[in-house]
Each structure stands twice: as C-alpha cells, then as structure tokens.
Design a protein around this ligand. Structure first.
Ligand code: FAD
Length: 425
C-alpha cells in the first residue's frame, strides 16, 4: 500500500475519517457511497413534516472522545460541539419528582462521590466502590455478572449512562465495553465527561465540513455507488464491482471498506461480524423549550431516557428500543410527550411531532457480539476494513467509528497502530 490510490467504500464517519487522514497526508483518495449523501448513521436532513432540519438521531459525545474532537479540529469544526464548562448532567426522576445535578469533579481523584450535592441522591460513597471492579481487566462477561444491576446508583446513573453508550440493556451487555467506557470517562475525572452536543446539527458539524476538507485536498467522492462485489484474485483485490461500472485496482492501490458489517459479510468471504442489533427511537417535538430547560436531561422512570433541547424542539431518545418498534407512532409520541409535559410543567396538546425508528441503529453490545468484531487487517493485503462494528474496543459510537477510520488510514500510511481483536479473511 505504497503510493497508489486509496479507494474508500462508505462515506459514514469511519470512511470520512479515513479519507480525511489520507487526503490530508497527500494521498489520492476516492470515496464511493451508496446513498446520495454522506454521513451514514450520523447526519442531518430536512424533515418536511416539521419544517425543520433534524439529525437522524440525537448524538451525545463526551470530552473524552479525543479522536472525534481531533477530527472536528482537522476539518475546521472544532467549535461546533457545545456543552457546559464542567461535567454536569441534569437528571429528573418522574416517579419521585426528584431533580438533581450529577457533577463529577475535574480531577482523577473522585471526591465528588463524597459530596451529597454532586453525587446521585439516595446513594452513599460505598455504593460507588463496586464500580472500581470495572476498571480491572477481566474476561468479557455480562455486566450483570460483574456489578449488581439494581439499586439507586444503578437506576439513576449506571443504567442511563451505559444504556445510552452501549445501546443494550446494561445487565446483559459486555463488561469489557462497559469497562472501556469507565476507563475513558469517569476514571479520568470530570474533565473527560463533559457532555457535548452538535447544537446546530450533525451535518454542519461532522459531515459538510469533512466533505469540504476532502474537496480542498483533492479527494473525489462518488455518490450513488453501491459496491456489489469485490473481484478477488489470489491474495489481492483486483477490482471493485459497482454493477454498472467496475474499478480496476493498480498494484499499489488500497481499499478500505467502511460499510456496515451486515454488508461487509456479503462481499468479504469468511468475515466475522456482529449479527444482532439494537434499535434506537428518537422523537422530536416542535416547540420552543421553556427558559432554563437543560440542553440535556437524563430521565429516570420515563419512556425516553434522555431529552435534548434545541431552540426549535425538544428531542427524546430511547436506547435499546426494540420493545417500542411495533408500538404505533401516535401512541408512542403521546407517551413520551406526557413525560415531557410533566417535566416542563405545561400539560397540553401534543405539539407537532415525528418519531424516527432506527431498527438496526448499532450492533448489540453483548459479550458474544463483541467477540465477533474483526480488526482492520484482512487476509488480503490491499484490503482493510473500518466501521463502528470493527474491533475498536469501544461500543458502536462516533468515537469508535472515527478511531477505526483513523486506524485503517494509518495502516495504509505505514504507521499502523495495532487494533485489538481477531483478524478476518
Ligand atoms: C439513532 C442513532 C443514535 C446514535 N447516537 C449516538 C450517540 O449519542 N453517540 C455516539 O457516539 N454514537 C451514536 N450513534 C452511533 C453512531 O452514529 C455510529 O457509530 C456511527 O455513525 C457509525 O459510523 P460508520 O461510518 O461506522 O457507519 P455508517 O454510518 O453506517 O456508514 C456506513 C456507510 O456505508 C454506506 N454503504 C452501505 N453499503 C454500501 C455499499 N454496498 N456500497 C457503498 N456504500 C455503502 C452507507 O450508506 C453509509 O453511508 C447513534 C446511531 C444512531 C443510528
């Protein structure tokens, strides 16, 4: 993979991150994308039903997401994520009516657990000790076998955080992935836990500037190009088959497949990929949030777990939402709205709304699925893979997707960093 063209298939964040790194390093890059737009599962679109531009799903990042933040700086979007100066998470419990602010201190020494004002109400300092178990590297198991998945600390902190980050019921989720989250966030102190949101949309923050960066750096993007097949010859990929056209590879060209695992398994012989998925449901309600309503609110004992407020709407997220997929949209919208109405103290008619159900939002972060994630390297020396489903050591997140794209690009550039997990092919 010396100085030839790098062909990247898939213009989600993994593909874009690889393309940005390679084009920035002066390599010739061509990106092929099935859709007529970039961004994959992380994008903005105009929703005529609300006459608003929405994100396909509310996305929360943390200041610990170093690769995502570096990507944004590179493409000139360093200021597009907003959040509080310190790690602060507002919570409301709909059953008890209680409200609190979780406020981990900045440094690594977690003295916030000693402070009643900063920790979760109804917990004491000893409740937090078992979480330390997650910092020890243990074989991957169900999280419920490592820590108790019950009690106030679990219900009011551990469950909402892990459910959002893993998109899987925490009790059955991978302890290794939960442990990675802990190590990269809470264990590094509040400084690593500041919540960050693309207040003006994912497209304007992540996608449009990345496309501009690629254009400035001479990369080509071909939309409406669906990879159908890889033409394999011996230990090399010889051509990319897009149906009506085929791209023949020169001997020093490289390919990075940054497509979903479910598609990769159709084109890469013998590849292992996660095979079970979890849904995410987002509901958007068109209204001006009342003054002082938090930009991000964790909701305990409600239908949705997190509310995001924007100047023109309140949006709700339900993770691991498979149980709601068959519920009629009107019924679900009313249920979520009833909770919001309680929280904003304004019962009234349902405002204009839309529900977006992503059935296969992420792979299920179960131990057995985590074990099925391949590394970037394949048995074909000119073929690498990237995507949030590859062995990043993180759950399916923006951070994981970008790290995977960076890792594949680094391998092409000869500065390959090792990635955990099994190789494929
Ligand atoms: C509703 C929702 C909410 C989320 N919330 C969060 C969050 O709060 N925080 C967070 O960090 N992450 C969140 N995520 C996860 C995050 O969006 C993903 O991890 C990330 O966007 C994955 O990027 P990717 O490039 O790996 O995959 P994708 O975005 O799936 O990109 C793959 C690309 O390949 C293209 N493609 C597919 N097949 C072909 C083909 N045959 N030929 C050519 N191109 C093809 C697709 O069109 C797509 O553009 C959320 C995801 C969803 C769906």
């Amino acid at each position: 993979m010396d100085r030839g063209t790098v062909h990247i298939v898939g213009a989600g964040l993994a593909g874009l991150a690889a393309a940005v790194r390679l084009a920035g390093a002066g390599r010739e890059v061509v990106v092929y994308e099935l859709a007529r737009h970039a961004g994959g599962r992380c994008r903005s679109y105009f929703e005529p039903a609300l006459d608003l531009t929405l994100d396909n799903g509310n996305h929360l990042l943390l200041s610990a997401n170093v690769a995502a933040l570096a990507f944004l700086r590179t493409i000139g979007s360093g200021d597009k994520l907003v959040g509080p100066k310190e790690a602060e998470f507002a919570f409301a419990d709909l059953a008890s009516g209680e409200r609190w602010l979780l406020h981990p201190n900045n440094g690594r020494l977690p003295w916030w657990v000693f402070s009643k004002r900063r920790r979760v109400p109804g917990t004491n300092v000893f409740d937090y000790l078992p979480l330390a178990r997650l910092l020890r590297g243990t074989p991957d198991r169900k999280l419920g076998e490592v820590i108790a998945c019950e009690g106030p600390l679990y219900e009011k902190l551990v469950r909402p955080i892990f459910l959002a980050a893993l998109n899987t019921d925490p009790a059955e989720a991978s302890s290794s992935l939960a442990s990675a989250i802990m190590r990269e966030t809470l264990a590094r102190g509040g400084r690593a836990c500041r919540p960050l949101i693309a207040q003006n949309g994912l497209g304007p923050a992540f996608i449009d500037p990345a496309l501009c960066y690629l254009e400035r750096n001479g990369a080509t993007i071909r939309f409406d190009h669906q990879l159908r097949k890889l033409d394999l010859a011996g230990d090399r990929i010889e051509a990319l088959d897009f149906g009506e056209m085929s791209v023949k590879l020169a001997s020093d060209d490289a390919v990075i497949l940054a497509i979903p695992g479910s598609v990769a398994r159709l084109v890469v012989p013998g590849i292992a990929t996660p095979t079970t998925f979890r849904a995410i449901v987002n509901a958007h309600f068109k209204l001006k949030p009342p003054p002082g309503f938090p930009k991000l609110l964790g909701v305990v004992n409600g239908t949705a777990e997190w509310l995001f407020s924007f100047p023109d709407r309140i949006s709700a997220t339900i993770s691991a939402a498979d149980r709601w997929i068959e519920t009629p949209r009107e019924e679900l919208a009313q249920k979520i709205w009833d909770d919001i109405a309680k929280l904003i103290g304004a019962p009234g008619d349902l405002p204009p709304w839309i529900i977006i159900k992503e059935r296969r939002a992420t792979f299920a972060a179960l131990p057995e699925e985590n074990a099925r994630r391949p590394t970037a390297v394949t048995n074909w020396p000119n073929l690498l893979i990237a995507g949030d489903w590859t062995a990043t050591g993180l759950p399916a997140t923006i951070e994981g997707a970008i790290r995977s794209g960076n890792a594949a690009a680094d391998l092409v550039l000869g500065a390959g960093r090792s990635m955990r997990g099994s190789s494929v092919g």
